[in-house]
Ligand binder design. Structure first.
Ligand code: MG
Length: 121
C-alpha cells in the first residue's frame, strides 16, 4: 500500500483529504504543520506528501526548503495545495522542490489525476 502524509493546519481539510486518499487505497498519516511533517518524514518516509502552503510553526515553503537540505533519499513526492489567491506561489514551490500542485478545494478526480502525474495512482 502506498502512503501519503497529509500536512494541513485545518483538521477539516485533513479529514476530507484522508477520506479521498483512503478511497484511492492509500495509507494516510496526518501532520498539522511543517515541523511535525518533517519529523514524520525523517522517521517514516511516505511515498507522497500533500502539503498545505499557509501553516503556523513551519509553512509549506519552509518545509520544502528543510526537506531539500535534509538530503533525504529517496525523497517523497510533493503535491502542494494552493488557493486561487495563492497561485503566485506555484513557481516558487516548484523551484523549491514540489512536484505538482492542486487547487483547493479539490475533489477526488482532481487529486487522483495529480497523484497520477507524480506516478502514484
Ligand atoms: Mg493552512
Amino acid at each position: 500500500m502506498k502512503t501519503c502524509l497529509v500536512v494541513d493546519d485545518s483538521k477539516v481539510i485533513r479529514k476530507v483529504a484522508r477520506h479521498i486518499l483512503e478511497t484511492l487505497e492509500f495509507n494516510v498519516a496526518e501532520a498539522g504543520d511543517g515541523r511535525e511533517a518533517l519529523a514524520y518524514c525523517q522517521d517514516t518516509p511516505p511515498d507522497v506528501v500533500l502539503l498545505d502552503w499557509n501553516m503556523p510553526v513551519m509553512s509549506g515553503m519552509e518545509f520544502l526548503r528543510a526537506l531539500g537540505t535534509s538530503g533525504m533519499s529517496p525523497r517523497p513526492k510533493i503535491v502542494f495545495c494552493t488557493t486561487e489567491n495563492g497561485v503566485g506561489h506555484i513557481r516558487a514551490a516548484i523551484e523549491a522542490g514540489a512536484d505538482e500542485y492542486v487547487m483547493k478545494p479539490f475533489d477526488r478526480e482532481t487529486l487522483e489525476s495529480k497523484l497520477q502525474i507524480v506516478g502514484l495512482a
